[in-house]
Design a binder for this molecule. Structure first.
Ligand code: B12
Length: 338
């Protein structure tokens, strides 16, 4: 199934250009429009160019270097940061050339150091987040698990993990929800996509240091709630921010949650409601927790139901964490520090 347009970005055809060191800095600046201090900063910070020194110790660049600088400049002009553009370039480069660049090789004019790229080389997706969102949606629609995981991995190579969660995975799930509601995607695709995303997120969450020496925070879905990706993101962001978190998953049952709180004395309990029907249960739990008096943990709640209809938060005893998972984690950290 194809939904929307077809974005493609060709890698620069570097091997079509000579790597003989012939041009001084002035020539590169003239040809590419990239100022000399910027060139040197790219060289120093990212090690992307390795000019050789001419007779009087001037830097000498090749046509291939110029091509690369021009390509990077275009990416920056189209809205990427230079580090994103370089990560994209590296993800597109054939492994053999990357290795030889790592050894500092500028080994003559032949193209033997790398596979030909460009028209006959690999066609790779754009790495801007909206383009990755499009690609990921296609992968999910085709039930293409390796492809979907590759796309998520590419995004993680270029962007901060919080940005991947909020600006790629969340919008893709919203797209899926919209197509599902409109009847042009099956629930099969929704289940598949949620499974892949949940597994990826959970892997990231479980492989993040747990900070078990700190006071405990519990995060989960309201009783009856099945939408667990949002609270999993909240738990993950908190763990990344140094909070000791236990993620309780779907449908956290009230009596058992109260027993856990009595036994383990968490400092904070955070519940999520995606559907308005879950709000009454959250209110009930908030009341039961506040009845514990001074030993009650801080009770917080949030999620789609409250974000869509903030008035629902009015008579829930506790702290409403409005907005997305990043805002929620920031607010919790602030309260814990204060
Ligand atoms: C996947 C999915 C499911 C899966 C969930 C599987 C799982 N393991 O999680 C399943 C199949 C179980 C499911 C079931 C249902 N779903 Co559903 N589902 C979705 C879908 C496609 C994605 C949800 C998701 O994970 N989104 C990603 C998260 C990260 O985004 P988010 O929820 O918006 O969260 C952001 C913020 O709200 C906030 N946040 C989220 N949680 C929390 C928690 C806290 C504490 C805080 C502070 C912040 C916070 O941060 C997040 C990111 O920043 C959405 C579509 C959508 N737009 O999201 C529909 C959607 C939520 N589902 C919907 C519906 C109707 C249902 C069902 C009633 C369908 C049915 N007829 O059975 C059932 C209800 C089940 C139940 N009892 O909970 C509707 C809800 C409409 C509404 N306004 O009420 C939606 C919007 C689809 C649609 N367009 O119609 N669903």
């Amino acid at each position: 199934m194809l939904i929307g347009r077809e974005p493609r970005l060709q890698p620069p055809a570097l091997d079509a250009y000579s790597d003989l060191p012939l041009y001084n800095t002035k020539a590169v600046v003239h040809a590419t429009g990239v100022p000399a201090p910027t060139l040197r900063a790219w060289e120093r910070r990212y090690g992307i160019l390795s000019p050789r020194r001419g007779e009087n110790d001037y830097r000498l660049y090749s046509e291939r270097d110029m091509m690369m600088v021009g390509w990077l400049r275009e990416r920056v002009e189209s809205g990427m940061t230079i580090s994103q553009a370089i990560a994209l370039l590296r993800s597109m480069e054939p492994a053999r050339r990357r290795k030889s660049r790592g050894r500092g090789a500028h080994a003559g004019t032949s193209s033997s150091a790398g596979e030909p790229m460009g028209a006959s080389g690999p066609t790779l997706e754009r790495l801007a987040l909206p383009d990755l969102e499009y690609t990921l949606l296609q992968r999910f629609a085709a039930l293409d698990e390796p492809g979907a995981i590759r796309t998520i991995t590419q995004a993680l190579a270029v962007y901060a993990v919080e940005d991947v969660c909020l600006d790629l995975l969340t919008p893709v799930l919203a797209d899926i929800g919209r197509h599902w509601a409109a009847g042009d995607l099956t629930v099969t695709v929704e289940h598949f996509a949620t499974g892949v995303i949940r597994a990826q997120l959970e892997g990231l969450f479980r492989s993040t240091a747990a900070h078990e020496d700190g006071p405990l925070t519990l995060v989960g879905c309201a009783p009856g709630g099945l939408h667990e990706i949002g609270p999993l993101m909240v738990a993950f962001f908190l763990r990344r921010a140094g909070v000791h978190v236990a993620f309780l998953g779907q449908n956290v049952e009230s009596a058992h949650l109260m027993a856990t709180v009595a036994a383990l004395h968490p400092v904070c309990v955070i519940l999520s409601a995606s559907m308005a029907t879950e709000v009454a249960q959250i209110r009930d739990l908030g009341m039961r927790l506040s009845a514990m008096g001074p030993r009650a943990p801080l009770f917080c709640f949030g999620g789609r139901a409250f974000n869509d209809t903030p008035e629902l938060a009015h008579d829930v005893p506790g702290v409403f964490l409005a907005g997305d998972a990043r805002a929620a984690a920031g607010e919790i950290k602030k309260r814990m520090a204060g």
